[in-house]
Structures are given as C-alpha cells and as structure tokens.
Design a protein around this ligand. Structure first.
Ligand code: 2U9
Length: 345
C-alpha cells in the first residue's frame, strides 16, 4: 500500500508538471484528489490493515494528498502568472503611434446662415421669438391684413389642415402673436426664424418647405430711415463691408409702403456679371413699414406707434453666399455636398 501511494504521488506530480493550462490542472486535481480518486480508494482499503499499520498508512496518505495539493497550488499560481504576462505582452500599446483621426461633423449650411443672421440681430438688441408651425388662419392671414377672400392669399398657396388651421406660410404670425402679448405697449424688437410651408412644386429655386427669418420693430418714432440703416448694416455684415443697398417699391398686404431690398453685387462690385445678371444688384429681401391695420389689429395705437418689418429667405441668402445653384441641395443631405461646409480640414 505504501508503494502504491508513492507511485500515485509520482504519477500525479508528473501530470501536474505537464499541465499547460488551468483547465488541465483542474482535471488532474479532480482525478487524484476527488472523492472517486485513487487516494480515496486506497484509504477505503485501510480496513484490511493491522491496527499498527493503519495510522502509518493514514499519515502517509494525508502527506501524499498535501504534497499533491501544494504542487497543484504552486503550478496554478505559475500558470496564472504566465497567462497575465502573456496577455500583457499581447496588449502592449505603442504610445508613439499616431492617433486615428476622429471624424467630426459640421453644421448644415442653412444652420450656419440662420445662426449668423440671428447673432447679427441679437447684437443689435433684438430677441428671438418662436411660434407654432401649425397655425390659425387668423394669425397667418387675418391679423396681417389679409382678410378671407383677399386676392393676395392666392400669392401664398397654403397647406390647409382644416378650414381654419394651416401650415404657416410665413413666420409673420409669430410677430402678430408677440405684438398681441405686448398689449399695445412698445417697444417690440424681435426676429422670428422658422420653417414655413407653401404649396409650390419643388425646383431649383422653390421648395414647399423653407426657412424664413422675419424681423419686426415697433415703437414710437420708428421710420423708414431706421429700416434702411438696419438693412444696410445687415447687407455689409453678410456680403462684405463694401456693399450698398437700394430700395425698390413693392407691395405686401402687411406693410405700407413696401420695398424690395437689393444688395450691390458681391461678385463684380456692381459692374455687372453673371451672378447679378449684368444688373450690378442682387435681390436680398422684402421689407416695409408695418401697415396701420396690422398695428391696430394687434392692439397698438397706430397714431402713436409705427414699425418696420422685413422678411429674409434663409435659403436664398445661403445660395447667394455659398454659390449654391439648386435649393434642393439644402434638403437632400448628400454628405459630399454637406462636407464642403466643414470648418475642419
Ligand atoms: C408683421 C408685420 C409685417 C414681414 C415682411 C416681407 C416683407 C417679405 C419675403 C422675403 C422672402 C418672404 O421668404 S420670402 O419669400 N418676405 O418680403 N416680409 S415685410 O412683414 C411683417 C410681418 C409681421 C406683424
């Protein structure tokens, strides 16, 4: 029996030595020290030994168990250490390698224009006002001097939701609502950026949904001179310090008098070129003095208060400034187009 135990110890130690990983080492442990292992088996046969031999064999069997256990423990530590070292060696990071460039997105060209315009007017003391895109007929038309049946309603073919509710055709209802909230007291000095909707067939210069930025100033003693001065500074900010503006008479139901505002051509300086169709001038926006009816309807005394308003088509400004030849580029999200407006290289 003594020899058998020594042989088992030798066998087990050899297998521990050969184990290449923690799993095979555990297999050895189970095989030799487990309940069904050979050592337990030997111990079971101790009943046949003499009373003298029994304690000796018991001690020897325990010693063999301990030697094997200890050796498994040592081997296990060695294997774990080797595994960690192998992993560390494999995961070595070369900190001198150049980093992979991080892809950075950029603002949409229209967003850039809208923010540039907003910042300009905020700098001039305006605040931004917003309102619903699904609007009441009253605020979209009636309050702007466009009563039902007014021929100018045809100018803006609209998306009606019910008889009295539509997608706003301009951001002017935001101004009408803001004026109403002021309860007849000035000053009002706001710009209203936002999406507007018209029943147009989309082509290179028309989109059924586009972005407007309208402005409104109402106070005592506001004159056409204030409007002209404001828009001149605006034109210089957007298209260059050399620019000039000119006002041409026009008609809008909500302003009287109404004007179209042109900016001198930023491409030829006014000499005449393809950009300005040889005229030296480029149409920039529409504007005018707020119609007395509009002031009255919003609760302002039109004998005391006057105001000016203007409407800017953001797409038009973006197309002019960035040389974009088709408005649809601003809405089809082709990344080859959009990437050109990245400020990063
Ligand atoms: C109130 C009073 C007056 C807003 C105005 C224009 C002139 C104008 C166009 C520019 C290009 C629309 O996007 S566009 O097609 N707009 O020409 N808009 S005056 O006048 C207002 C607005 C609100 C209460």
């Amino acid at each position: 029996m003594e020899q058998k135990l020594k042989d088992l110890q030798g066998e087990a130690l050899a297998k521990i030595e050969q184990a290449e990983d923690l799993k095979s080492l555990n297999d050895v442990r189970v095989a030799y020290l487990g309940k069904k292992g050979p050592i337990t088996e030997v111990l079971r046969g101790m009943g046949q030994l003499s009373a003298e031999e029994r304690p000796k064999m018991g001690a020897l069997a325990n010693e063999v168990r301990e030697v094997i256990s200890k050796q498994i423990e040592l081997k296990s530590e060695a294997l774990e250490k080797a595994a960690v070292e192998k992993q560390l060696a494999e995961e070595t990071i070369d900190v001198t390698l150049p980093g992979r460039p991080v892809k950075v997105g950029n603002h949409h060209p229209l967003t850039r224009i809208v923010e540039e315009i907003e910042n300009f007017f905020i700098g001039m003391g305006y605040t931004i006002a917003e309102g619903p895109e699904v609007e009441k007929d009253y605020y979209n038309f009636e309050a702007l001097n466009l009563p039902k049946g007014h021929p100018a309603r045809d100018m803006q073919d609209s998306f009606y939701i019910t008889e009295d509710i539509l997608l706003r055709t301009h951001t002017s209802p935001v101004q009408a609502r803001t004026m109403e909230k002021h309860e007849g007291k000035g000053p009002v000095k706001i710009i209203c950026p936002g999406k507007v909707y018209r029943r147009d067939n989309d082509d290179a210069t028309h989109s059924h949904q586009f972005m407007q930025i309208e402005g409104l100033v109402v106070d005592e003693n506001i004159t056409m001179g204030d409007l002209k001065g404001t828009l001149e500074v605006f034109a210089k900010k957007m298209f260059g310090a050399e620019r000039q503006i000119r006002l041409r008479p026009s008609f809008f139901p909500f302003t009287e008098p109404s004007v179209e505002v042109d900016v001198s051509c930023f491409s030829c300086g006014g000499e005449g070129c393809n950009v300005c169709k040889k005229t030296g001038w480029i149409e920039m926006l529409g504007a005018g003095m707020v119609h007395p009816n509009v002031l009255q309807m919003a609760g302002f005394d039109s004998t005391k208060y006057t105001g000016f308003a203007f409407g800017i088509g953001a797409e038009r400004i973006a197309m002019l400034k960035y040389g974009i030849d088709d408005i649809r580029h601003l809405y089809t999200n082709d990344t080859r187009f959009l990437k050109q407006f990245s400020v990063h290289e």
